[in-house]
Design a protein around this ligand. Structure first.
Ligand SMILES: [Zn+2]
Length: 59
């Protein structure tokens, strides 16, 4: 199973004109600013994300 993370916006200029880069997995290039970047999955957080504003969900 090869799940790809697709960015919706360029992290540099915010444009949505992204296309896969030939570098390989997770590599994208932005047609607006001509930047190429790579997304990398680092792993799951051990404790997950917790919203500070919700409060009350103590385990
Ligand atoms: Zn861009």
């Amino acid at each position: 199973m090869s799940e790809r993370a697709a960015p919706f916006h360029c992290p540099y200029c915010g444009d949505e004109d992204l296309r896969p880069n030939e570098q390989g997995h997770g590599a994208w290039e932005c047609a607006a600013c001509s930047r190429a970047f790579q997304l990398k999955f680092l792993g799951l957080l051990s404790r997950g994300l917790r919203r500070q504003d919700s409060g009350g969900d103590e385990i």
